[in-house]
Design a protein. Sequence first.
Length: 158
Amino acid sequence: MVLRLVLTGLGAWPRRRWLVALLVGVGAALVMGVPTGIIETSFYTRMTPVRWWDYPVWAASAILLGLTAATYIRVPGRADAVTPDRAGRALGGAVLTTFAVGCPICNKVVVPLIGVGGTLSYWAPLQPVLGVLSITLLTTGLGVRLRGASACPVAVTP
């Protein structure tokens, strides 16, 4: 049922929403990918190799952030129903994704607290859990936004 609501909601989107979803998704991928070293640049060199699961977590998060941002764009000719604001979940999901896919020994927050040995022993094994948590936050936030918008759309009459 939830999947049907999501697909119905996305299918009714105008081009403007899809453009915003694309632009925000690409921007989020860059903002999360460059500092974590998933996207190789001369600005940053990652000290540990990118793990196989970093790529799907990073890509899924960027897509979900783009779709969530697009839900805030008004549809012409319709006054959107008041849907819950889930921007906090989106921001939290983006931050968790960055911590999840980042280099464990390059983390400027964790290394001073538990040292390099601690990051490899304790932090690195927690990173996949953070990835799942971030995708869960982003998915639930998007789902709530889409359900609210499709549950009670309000038509605007001129």
